[in-house]
Design a protein around this ligand. Sequence first.
Ligand code: FE
Length: 300
Amino acid sequence: MPVVKESRQVVRKFLARPQHEGVGAVVRRSIGRFELKYFDPFLVLDEFSVSAPAGFPDHPHRGFETVTYMLQGAVTHEDFEGHKGTIEAGDLQWMTAGRGIVHSEMPAAQGTQKGLQLWINLSSKHKMIEPRYQEITREEIAEGERDGIKVRVIAGEALGAKSPIYTRTPTMYLDFTLNPGANLQQPIPRTYNAFVYILEGEGVFAESPSPRPSPPTSAHHLLLLGGSGDGLLACNKSAKPLRFILVGGEPLGEPVAQLGPFVMNTQEEIDRTVEDYENCTNGFEKAKHWRSDAAVELGY
Ligand code: FE
């Protein structure tokens, strides 16, 4: 019996080209570029690549969550509450910025640090909640395996493995590796918006039963999955492993007012946020006398 009765179809596909962000960092941004400002509830998807002394020195966030998943190397983060740590390859940090976080994200090792950062919007009733972290190390991330398919479950569940992450905006986030010849059928809740981002190799996604085969899609491509099908079909017809993330989330259906790292519902709320940040009030109190160790050391 098929797990997926009706596959989502690929409605848009584009290549995330490298651009400069932060201080000397390179990111491939897919969601959050001008062609795709918002894919409710997702604000940004960056595949970043950064080497010391470049990085993301002290900056604020309000109104959403940032999810950092390291692929190579390590990043040290510090925030204005004194929360500090290093996220290494395979580790996950799920940060709910809520009413306000000021932090830095800097390379922790020699060479190139690579990872993914996803910004998930919060609904109006959650935008001003207290900040919170959920951190999981590589060993703690749930993994499943079946028929040439491996999955690391960042959020949600797949192949019998379940993530302990609590998602305030209901979200699934799965890191799949398909061996050559593997065929995946992954359920997706029908109400979710969902996308695929390819990390390595080539895959065929959401192939419809037409006589003309779909061309495979390669690394750094984002595929938006349209329709309200109950899942995704994907297969690896190449001779090398295919690695991609499948992410889905319940759309909020609310207006979005954004100024860089501040994401609220109205312009008025953005104006108030800028005031709060400048005056160090309403959640930004601790920003007043804080500079990260990295910023002090590097003279930012
Ligand atoms: Fe940040």
